[in-house]
Design a protein around this ligand. Structure first.
Ligand code: GDP
Length: 298
């Protein structure tokens, strides 16, 4: 991922880096190219505009043109602004599960986004790294095999899943999951909700009802990094209707341009918490804005 963006930005910045002197129009030209590169990588337009403005403001404020190494200064300013767009700093936004157990974690997103796989990945990570006792529960009563898929996944990683009760609806399943977890001494309950092909009111109402009964510590929007410009609408909708606490990007290992997914952070103000980097259940990484920024800028 980010290959196209990385190449484009890399060549723009390389041109600047070595320059001993820059004029204001050099900087403007470079910013125009940065703007095109970001748009081509699917970063949402308002996010691009904000980004460019920020870079220009700083370049003027720091009097780049009169400095000794103007090219390098612009590169640094772009790097800093990109890191900020991605969430700032070098700290990984860990899952916030410091609460009286059992702690509910709600997984939301469209069908096929990687929700179920990510539920398994998070369960495995909590189990092995944080030594937590995790319960997996599928609230997807619409796709016949969904609950079974999660149970099989649980078996693979040695994590319990909530036994299926035929005919039970999502809110009731969520309530039962919390009950079972309380009685069974579980630390975390991962609730995998049903996804639809498109956002629809019924899905939102159902997820909102589940949210209201369990009050999740984390509501993670799982999104395929390949989603393109729709990512922004999706993130905004889920954030307004459900209130998300973080974003998980999946299929980072694919050849997505990545920009749209990244602008979800800017649009919702919610952190990207984790990255899915493969189909295997240990293919989950924390998100480090500074590392991603340097991966993009090369
Ligand atoms: P759900 O419908 O949202 O629950 O999606 P699934 O978890 O069933 O995932 C759909 C497909 O995407 C499966 O084939 C997964 O193996 C695959 N998948 C999920 N996450 C990743 C990832 O990070 N990388 C890759 N390459 N594949 C993934």
């Amino acid at each position: 991922m980010f290959d196209g963006l990385s190449q484009r930005l890399g060549s723009v910045l390389d041109k600047l880096r070595g320059r001993g002197a820059l004029t204001e129009s050099d900087v403007n030209d470079a910013m125009r190219e940065v703007r095109v590169a970001l748009l081509e990588a699917d970063v949402a337009l308002p996010v691009v505009k904000d980004f460019i403005n920020r870079v220009k403001e700083r370049a003027v404020g720091q009097d780049v043109i009169r400095s000794i190494t103007p090219g390098q200064m612009v590169v640094k300013i772009v790097n800093d602004a990109l890191t900020e767009m991605l969430g700032g700093g070098d700290t990984e936004s860990e899952l916030n599960i410091n609460r009286t157990p059992p702690v509910p974690v709600l997984m939301v997103g469209l069908q096929g986004s990687g929700k179920t796989t990510t539920s398994g990945k998070i369960a495995l990570r909590l189990k092995t790294r944080d030594k937590k006792k995790v319960l997996l529960a599928s609230l997807d009563v619409y796709r016949p095999a969904a609950q079974k898929q999660l149970a099989i996944l649980g078996e693979q990683i040695g994590v319990d899943s909530l036994p299926v009760v035929d005919g039970q609806m999502p809110v009731a399943i969520a309530t039962r999951a919390m009950d079972v977890a309380r009685k069974g001494g579980y630390d975390v309950v991962i609730l995998d909700t049903a996804g639809r092909l498109h956002i629809d009111q019924e899905l939102m109402d159902e997820v909102a009802a589940v949210r209201d009964v369990v009050t999740p510590a984390e509501t993670l929007l799982v999104t395929d990094a390949m989603i393109g410009q729709d990512a922004v609408t999706l993130a905004r909708e889920f954030n307004e209707k459900i209130g998300i606490s973080g974003i998980v990007l999946t299929r980072i290992d694919g050849d997505a341009r990545g920009g749209a997914a990244l602008s979800m952070r800017a649009v919702t103000g919610k952190p990207i918490k984790l990255l899915g980097v493969g189909e295997k259940l240990d293919a989950l990484e924390g998100f480090h804005p500074d590392r991603i920024a340097s991966r993009i800028l090369g």
